[in-house]
Design a protein around this ligand. Structure first.
Ligand SMILES: Cc1cc2nc3c(=O)[nH]c(=O)nc-3n(C[C@H](O)[C@H](O)[C@H](O)COP(=O)(O)O)c2cc1C
Length: 205
């Protein structure tokens, strides 16, 4: 199917088929789409936590579900993708230039002007900025899943602090948005797509 047909096929799946797991191969394709997503300055100020739906994680998934208004996606999905923004952008910038220079100080000096430009932007590279990046990743993951005919549901309806606590995420991460993935139930009634007409949403000038 074409990219647009895949987007038309996908829907925010409310409950997944618990008898079907996303294969490791397909999961890796979705994760690779996340890794390849563009980020501001290429800084990749994010972390993705993948919670697999397996017996060892049942308790954790139940706790996460309770922290997400008991929405069924959380414990019926095959994998729960939790996107977090990095809160330590100065460290992110330093890591980035260390990586670019391969730890070679002379090489790093060659990037000095660019590093200065990025460093001088640090006041703007705040949590809001980092969280925006995670939504680009979300879009890439969602589209990659649709291409594989894997269902998903983008979700913001959860208690971010509780998720942080349950997943024991370090202080330099802040949970932003989640994407459970899996397969819709065979008898799932697909809600018709409700979208405004192009003319209402888009102007070409
Ligand atoms: C950022 C974001 C957050 C959302 N949060 C939730 C959520 O917490 N629970 C839920 O059931 N759906 C959630 N949705 C799904 C939307 O309700 C859904 O995408 C929208 O109604 C359009 O339907 P469709 O995705 O099936 O085309 C969210 C969607 C987005 C993009």
């Amino acid at each position: 199917m074409s990219f647009l047909a895949n987007l038309d096929w996908r829907c925010a799946t409310k409950k997944f088929d618990q008898n079907r797991q996303v294969s490791a191969t397909d999961l890796n394709k979705i994760l690779e789409a996340v890794r390849l997503a563009p980020t501001s300055f290429g800084l990749q100020a994010f972390h993705l936590t993948v919670v697999e739906n397996r017996p060892e994680n049942t308790e954790k998934l139940q706790a996460l579900k309770a922290a997400a208004w008991d929405q069924n996606q959380i414990d019926s999905c095959s994998h729960l993708l939790v996107f977090s923004a990095r809160t330590d952008s100065a460290v992110v910038v330093d890591e980035h230039f260390t990586r670019l220079s391969g730890g070679d100080l002379e090489k790093r000096r060659q990037f000095a002007a660019y590093e200065e430009r990025v460093t001088s932007s640090l006041p703007n590279l705040n949590l809001e900025w980092a969280k925006k990046q995670t939504y680009i990743l979300l879009g890439f993951a969602l589209a990659a899943a649709a291409e594989l005919q894997i269902d998903s549901c983008p979700m913001e309806g959860f208690d971010h602090d509780k998720f942080q606590e349950i997943l024991a995420l370090p202080k330099n991460l802040s949970v932003s948005v989640i994407l459970p993935i899996g397969y819709r139930l065979p008898d799932e009634t697909i809600r018709p797509k409700h979208r405004l007409p192009k003319e209402k949403l888009i102007s070409v000038i």
